[in-house]
Design a protein around this ligand. Structure first.
Ligand code: EPU
Length: 433
């Protein structure tokens, strides 16, 4: 079983290059299904969620060819309206985009309900609503999204009464194949929504207003192939920004869109961290003291829920009490128990975590309970003198491209180790990193 071993307590410094955004990549890969040409997608992060998306596409007949580590060619011309294997679909959340893409292309789809990180209930009613507005009949009984639109999808007026990244992207992908005008009101505005719209536009779709509160799609146009590069991952960048602050170091975080990082940058500045913006980079330098702060997660451009556990590590280290209110996922607090194992003083009540601050973490054996919680364990371990071992790291590898090498390159004592099942504490302490 592979684990990450970290001997922490050292200030990180140097330059780190940010990979393509996971949540844009997984959507663009499935969006390629509605194009009837060859799509070359560049700047893909090398992560297991992307590998799973590509495997799902292959399973329904797409031709998928890796051109390099980060570049793939997808030809969905010969794709068929067949079911993808359930064990693949259930591995990831993003497989729900296959529903929008197949429904748009074939007027029917049957795809298993998606998996993904466990944050409690993860409903798909808004996705279903969008498909129904576009003229589909949707049946969810039997653990599948089973949808059918007699004569194909038709443009419609879709109003979302709450913001959903996934439902917005699914509505866009389906609507580019629907005949006529679709208007999406109150869509999510995350940078990856704009990225998917830009990709589809590069294939010939007519989409206006992505990233604003009204998106208009003039659907039914034939879509061709294109070459497209995925935007940088603001959550990976944010994780390294917190690493610089948590280890009292300084990192030049390269290949980012600083505007996308604003919600994170402004919170770090409030805590006394220096964040300098360049054209495609940010330089993050720890300040003399780390002030407490209160954080509330919100849809973009609010503070991202996918930075919640990482920010929690910083709030533990701040020199006074802070709190963090989670408004997106009701069960995002599973990292708390793991940080408590490292000595953090955190209390959770009614979707808010209260941090005592001034924590001196103690090294421990902890688990990555989900993707971002796993990233938080890495950050806490980097800030902690002594050896921390992180288990269940495949959850981290779902979304972070080569996190171990990237941290090593900026001075971290971090290594991935294949432990025998019977590994003991003595075994942990004897590993050389
Ligand atoms: N919601 C509904 N009904 C729906 C869909 C969502 O009530 O039909 C609710 C959810 O329960 C949640 C809120 O709306 O309270 C937002 O959910 P959203 O649909 O925006 O989330 P998602 O599309 O399932 C994506 C990311 C998540 C990220 C969220 C929020 C992907 C593949 N996943 O999930 O990313 O947390 O948006 O920004 O894009 C991660 O990368 O670690 C991750 C979990």
């Amino acid at each position: 079983m592979e684990k990450i071993v970290i001997d922490g307590g050292y200030a990180l410094s140097g330059k780190v290059d940010i990979s393509g955004m996971k949540n844009a990549a997984v959507a663009v890969i499935f969006a390629a299904v509605v194009s009837s040409g060859v799509c070359v997608i560049d700047n893909l992060p090398e992560i297991s969620d992307v590998a799973d998306c590509l495997a799902i596409l292959q399973s329904v007949g797409a031709r998928v060819r890796m051109l390099s580590r980060n570049k793939v060619e997808i030809d969905a011309t010969d794709i068929r309206d067949m079911e993808a294997p359930l064990e693949l679909v259930r591995k990831i959340r993003a497989s729900y985009y296959l529903a929008g893409a197949m429904l748009g292309r074939f007027g029917k789809v049957k795809v298993g309900l998606p998996g993904g990180c466990n944050f409690g209930v993860r409903p798909i009613d808004l996705h279903v609503k969008a498909f129904e507005m576009l003229g589909a009949t949707v049946d969810l009984s039997g653990g599948c999204i089973d949808a059918f639109a007699e004569g194909g999808l038709k443009g419609a007026h879709i109003y979302f009464d709450s913001c959903s990244v996934g439902a917005t992207i699914n509505a866009i992908i389906a609507a580019v194949m629907a005949e006529g005008l679709t208007v999406i009101e109150n869509p999510a505005k995350e940078p990856h929504i704009v990225d998917v719209a830009n990709f589809l536009s590069a294939c010939g779709a007519d989409i206006r207003g992505a990233g604003t509160s009204v998106i208009k799609i003039y659907g039914g146009k034939p879509l061709h192939g294109c070459e497209y590069a995925i935007i940088p991952d603001m959550i990976e960048a944010g994780t390294f920004m917190v690493a610089a602050a948590a280890t009292k170091g300084g990192l030049y975080i390269n290949g980012v869109i600083p505007k996308h990082l604003e919600p994170i940058s402004s919170k770090l500045r409030e805590m006394g961290v220096k964040v300098e913006e360049y054209d495609q980079a940010v330089m993050v330098t720890a300040g003399k003291r780390l002030s407490p702060a209160n954080v509330k997660t919100l849809a973009y451009p609010g503070f991202p829920t996918d930075m919640h556990p990482q920010m929690a590590v910083l709030l533990c280290l701040a020199d006074g009490p802070s709190h963090l209110n989670e408004t997106i996922w009701n069960n995002r607090f599973r990292y708390v128990e793991e940080l408590q194992r490292m000595g953090a003083k955190i209390r959770v009540s009614d979707r808010t975590a209260y941090f005592e601050g001034n924590t001196v973490f103690t090294p421990s054996v902890v688990k990555a309970v989900d993707l971002r919680a796993g990233a938080a364990m890495v950050l806490a371990a980097l800030a902690t003198e002594g050896r921390t071992v992180i288990e269940d790291i495949m959850l981290i590898e779902r979304g972070y491209d080569d996190i171990v090498s990237k941290f090593r390159a900026v001075g971290a004592n971090i290594r991935k180790v294949d432990f025998p099942d019977h590994a003991t504490n003595t075994f942990f302490s004897e590993i050389k990193i």
